[in-house]
Design a binder for this molecule. Structure first.
Ligand SMILES: [Zn+2]
Length: 532
């Protein structure tokens, strides 16, 4: 996510920059429409040894149980459909990922969704589990929407459940403790109410005249790490979701006039009267994002075998093409600097969000008002590049966005500087850094005192969160780069991306990468900019 106040600040400051340091204006170029062909639906699916591999953190791997065969539910799709062919084996990187098989039926005006899902969850912790938690972010306080889980079943048995954390957490009590390495199969039904013209949480869960945006609206299992289950209620600013890479198989039925823009790949489309059913596979992805629209247009471009789609309102067509070009350039730059984007597709979507933009696996959203205001071109490009960078850091390499938001946000802010440096030269990047990061950090330091950039989001208020995590945090990366040089710096980031693909990274993992690549101790820089 990039926060609105940050990019307004950016706009003001760049507006004050000398002409020589101004960012060049990009002329939109017509881009040929390249629609991806639907892959054939083929046989399954799971890596052949999926059933027998031990859970990675299991203390007694011998306890690993085969996945149960559930009659009538054998997956019949290629779970590697989301991946570029050369990365199809990425499905094997993480063992025993959770599998979500979901079916959603929308009513005519998209105000209600009847949902059901089956979740196959392997206990990858180091001890038996008495319960499994789900997050219900559609119930976030004052958001206007809600999700009501009607039942949770295991086999023939209804399981006891309870709501916690202002109804954003569903605790499911298992009938018997789930041994390490064993698998639970849970089924549940739910109803989701989609709020109209909602403004809460950056207006990210809302139904408007031109788009319905549905971020993490289904019951999702949170990450379980050294602190246990992550069931905390994050503050009203910052990102919500901390979860593991999983396998999603999602069937969506909606009135036929709507296009569905979602994480992953659409593998089937069946029209039945005035309703259309579409099936998506997203794997390995740590969330599943959905948007529906009957008004917006799409333009697409290819970079290698990656399709980048830009969805925009017709009146913002020029901006939609502009954003597509920036997104393609950003993918090119980040592939070169950090490593390959593994998925076939990336969707860039104009939305009514009041953040500058928000990231989801395979989908990035950017605020509509940036599309509409020619005076905000710099902020528009910044937000686009920032959200695309999150595909590397947050989506593919995961982290605790709630308690260690700097690990993706500060890095992504720095990656955005790298994008500007690559596209427009070092002077432009330096101007951005001084006028944007440095100035905002200094202003916040005077106001709040010098706060660490490495705190949980709940330790800040919204303004200080932006200033210290997004403006001070990236200065750590500049300091490391200045100390160890470009070669070691980018080698470390490529190593970090490769080593923690589809996993959860901790700050120490990144620090170790820098130290390994350079042979230098960067702890003092970490203490100075992140921990100090
Ligand atoms: Zn962000």
């Amino acid at each position: 996510m990039v926060r609105r106040s940050l990019i307004i600040f950016l706009l003001a400051l760049i507006g004050c920059a000398t002409p020589a340091a101004s960012l060049p204006t990009v002329t939109p170029q017509p881009t040929p429409l390249v629609l991806p062909a639907l892959p054939p639906v083929g046989p399954t699916i799971l890596p052949s040894d999926y059933n027998t591999r031990p859970a990675p953190r299991a203390t007694q791997a011998a306890n690993a149980q085969p996945l149960p065969v559930v009659p009538g539910t054998t997956p019949s799709v290629n779970f590697d459909s989301t991946l570029r062919p050369q990365f199809a084996q990425d499905l094997n990187i993480v063992n025993n990922e959770t599998i979500y098989t979901m079916a959603w039926n929308f009513n005519d005006d998209l105000s209600e969704i009847q949902g059901s899902q089956r979740v196959i969850f392997a206990n990858r912790t180091d001890h038996p589990l008495d319960e499994i938690y789900f997050r219900l972010f559609a119930n976030y306080p004052d958001g206007g929407g809600n999700i009501k889980v009607q039942n949770v079943r295991s086999g023939e048995n209804n399981l006891e459940t309870s709501l916690e954390q202002s109804d954003t957490t569903l605790r499911v009590q298992l009938r018997h403790p789930l041994p390490v390495g064993s698998v639970a199969v849970l089924r549940m039904d739910y109803v989701i109410q989609v709020p109209r013209d909602a403004q809460a949480r950056y207006a990210d869960f809302t139904r408007t005249d031109w788009i319905t945006t549905l971020p993490t609206i289904y019951p999702i299992i949170p990450a379980y790490d050294a602190q246990g289950w992550h069931t905390e209620l994050p503050p009203s600013f910052g990102d919500l979701v901390y979860s593991d890479s999983s396998i999603y198989d999602v069937t969506i039925t909606a009135p036929s006039q709507y296009n569905v823009i979602a994480s992953g790949e659409m593998i089937q489309e069946t029209k039945n009267g005035d309703r259309t059913t579409r099936r998506f596979v997203a794997a390995p992805m740590r969330d599943f994002d959905v948007n529906l629209t009957d008004r917006m247009k799409r333009t697409s471009a290819r970079l290698d075998d990656i399709t980048v789609n830009s969805w925009y309102r017709e009146e913002n067509a020029e901006a939609g093409v502009r954003a597509l070009n920036w997104a393609v350039d950003a993918v090119r730059v980040f592939q070169e600097k950090f490593g390959p984007y593994p998925f076939k597709e990336l969707d860039l979507v104009e939305t009514p969000t009041t953040a500058g933009g928000i990231e989801y696996p395979g989908v990035v959203t950017v605020a509509s008002d940036l599309y509409q205001d020619p005076a905000q071109l710099n902020a528009f490009e910044f937000a686009t590049a920032h959200e695309v960078a999150h595909q590397w850091f947050y989506s593919v390499v995961g982290n605790d966005q709630v308690n260690r938001p700097w690990l993706d946000e500060a890095l992504v802010q720095y990656a955005t500087l790298v994008y500007f440096e690559t596209q427009y030269g070092k002077d432009v990047a330096r101007t951005l850094q001084q006028n944007y990061f440095d100035a905002q950090y200094e202003a916040a330091r005077k106001r709040y005192g010098d706060m660490s950039a490495g705190l949980p989001s709940s330790a800040y208020i919204e303004e200080s969160y932006g200033a210290f995590v997004y403006a001070k945090g990236p200065k750590f990366f500049q300091a490391v780069r200045d100390k160890i040089g470009d070669e070691a710096f980018f080698k470390a980031l490529r190593g970090y991306y490769e080593a923690y693909k589809y996993r959860i990274a901790e700050p120490k993992d990144l620090i170790e990468m820098f130290q390994k690549a350079s042979g230098q101790d960067i702890t003092p820089l970490y203490v100075r900019w992140i921990g100090g």
